[in-house]
Write a protein that binds this ligand. Structure first.
Ligand code: ZN
Length: 270
């Protein structure tokens, strides 16, 4: 009786916490994307910033490569009550990769291309800044090509003996011309030849989630074009800073770099 009474008192004191937010997919790991199920009429904040909620109550959060701080998620329901969830990422150990034999102008670019590199970066940032209300973000992703994985997410990079930014993509070696298929539906936000990354496509999957495909031989994709999952968007090439035909596939949640391997799962052999 006494326990029941204490329980009732506790309910009266804390009427505003109605259980927790459901994580329906994703791991608590650096580089991971997590899918949340919330009430369709809720508003959701992550560390104080509002994130979009789809018509069916889906929202996404992610951990950057080096994220160590927890994400504090608050769902405010229509009646004003709140649900809270704190997600802490497990830390990963990243390997080191040395690549030699790159043309020197691709490791330390000459002054005359610095302006172009700055402009390229600006356009890439803009192409990844969309937060469209399409719902491809919540669906299962597939691999854009099948091939041999030659570079993984997060690796520390030493290029021609010089330490450079970590590698944020997955490198998949495949013959030149291999069709690259959209791993999930989306809207093309960039289709352009850039200095470091060569022919580059950025595909917006909604809610700030985007895929980037680098070093393509070329593309017929047009900015603003809508593509379906598995639709061919370009072909494997070796344009930009590359030592041979391969696809470098990256996934961003706005500015956060995520690990495509954690999102698409294991590559099937077929
Ligand atoms: Zn790469």
């Amino acid at each position: 009786m006494r326990i029941i009474l204490l329980y009732l008192i506790a309910l009266v004191i804390a009427p505003n916490t109605a259980g927790s937010i459901e994580v329906t997919r994703g791991k608590l790991l650096q580089g991971s994307l997590l899918l949340l199920q919330v009430d369709t009429s809720s508003t959701v904040t992550v560390n104080g910033e509002t994130i979009p909620v789809s018509a069916n109550g889906k929202a996404i959060v992610g951990f950057h490569r080096d994220e160590t701080e927890p994400l504090h998620i608050i769902e405010t329901l229509k009646d004003g009550s709140k649900k809270e969830l704190t997600l802490k990422p497990k830390l990963r150990v990243y390997r080191e990769q040395r690549i030699n034999g790159l043309p020197e102008n691709m490791v330390t670019p000459p002054d005359k291309v610095l302006k172009r590199i700055v402009e390229d970066r600006k356009q890439v940032t803009k192409a990844r800044s969309y937060s469209t209300s399409i719902n491809a973000f919540e669906k299962i992703f597939s691999w854009p090509i099948k091939g041999i994985i030659t570079g993984t997410y997060g690796t520390k990079r030493i290029l021609n003996g010089k330490p450079r930014a970590p590698h944020y993509g997955i490198d998949i070696a495949a013959p030149k011309g291999t069709p690259v298929r959209a791993p999930q539906a989306g809207i093309i936000r960039m289709a352009k030849n850039l200095y470091f990354t060569g022919w580059t496509i950025i595909l917006d999957h909604g809610h700030g989630l985007s895929s980037t495909f680098l070093h393509l031989s070329g593309t017929k994709a047009k900015v603003g074009q809508r593509v379906q999952k598995n639709q061919i968007i370009g072909n494997v090439g070796s344009t930009g800073r590359s030592t041979g035909p391969h696809l470098d596939w990256r996934i961003n949640l706005l500015k956060k770099r995520l690990d495509p391997h954690l999102i698409a799962g294991k590559m099937s052999r077929k």
